[in-house]
Write a protein that binds this ligand. Structure first.
Ligand code: KIV
Ligand code: NA
Length: 275
């Protein structure tokens, strides 16, 4: 399995890191078979799998449930699980309990936490405890309610400077990867050059050390709105819908099941049955 050392080497050698979300056994298995370097069990599962409006309703138990399934599907791929909204704020004891539960019960290689400032201290604490941490800066979906929605971050010089400082602080606190979401590509390039930990972008241009996208977005599976920064690589939703429609049609028409799908009782047993 690739590990944090492999990723640093990849950064140094300009080899791009491909990261993708997955939320259950089959999606994680597919991601591993496709050669994805890092699988993220993101709290985006709140929207794409659980049907919530945002990520804030996702619980620690949800993350563990999906994290365990993804782990079973991808045993040889570096697995990151998000700490959900509200699980790493408040008391240190509670944060540690939540982190330890998610880390131990899922068997993930690292946990991802949104934010800087107070979260930098949490990153330091978890890292010292032995739990590798992936930082997440830029657009932070868990707190999008406070800034008034999903917007591009770091567009002003001041905001950009703060973000570069935050990335350095996360690195100093021990973060093993940094995810940058929805920021100008020039800022993402700057951050990528400013730290030695690998930087993974989503809506952050092409000059980061790697890319991450949401499974359902790249496969067009589900009916949600796709952000500007997504490229879709397959029409999975359309293919699945056609399959489901054909099934219903054939059941209604009696075309399914056919003879090859049925089981047969021997003639002498049938005689006895009818008496
Ligand atoms: O939850 C998620 O899917 C994420 C990525 C998009 C970075 O945090
Ligand atoms: Na997330």
């Amino acid at each position: 399995m690739k590990n944090t050392g492999t990723f640093i080497k990849m950064k140094q050698q300009n080899e791009k890191i491909a990261m993708l979300t997955a939320y259950d056994y089959p999606s994680a298995k597919q991601a591993e078979e496709a050669g994805v370097d890092v699988i993220l069990v993101g709290d985006s599962l709140g929207m794409v799998v659980l049907g919530y409006e945002s990520t804030v309703k996702v619980t620690v138990d949800d993350m563990i449930h999906h994290g365990k399934a993804a782990r079973r599907g991808a045993q040889d791929t570096f697995l990151v699980v998000d700490m959900p909204f509200g699980s790493f704020q408040g008391s240190v004891d509670r944060t540690l309990d939540n982190a330890m539960r998610i880390f131990q019960e899922t068997g993930a290689e690292a946990l991802k936490l949104e934010g800087a400032d107070e979260v930098v201290e949490v990153t330091r604490l978890l890292t010292r405890t032995g739990i590798p941490v992936v930082a997440h800066l830029g657009l932070l979906p868990q707190t999008a309610g406070v800034i008034g929605g999903y917007r591009v971050q770091g567009k002003t010089a001041d905001a950009a400077k703060k973000l570069i400082d935050d990335a350095k602080a996360c690195e100093a606190a021990g973060a093993c990867l940094i995810v940058l979401e929805c920021i100008p590509y020039q800022l993402a390039r700057e951050v990528t050059a400013a730290v030695s930990v690998p930087v993974i972008g989503i809506g952050a241009g092409s000059e980061t050390d790697g890319q991450v996208l949401v499974y359902h977005d790249i496969l067009k599976y589900g009916s949600h709105h796709l952000p500007k920064f997504v490229r879709s690589y397959a029409e999975a939703g359309e293919i699945m819908k056609n399959g489901l429609n054909a099934y219903v049609t054939e059941v209604k028409s009696g075309e399914f099941p056919a003879e090859e799908h049925r089981f047969t009782m021997k003639e002498d047993e049938l005689q006895q049955l009818y008496g």
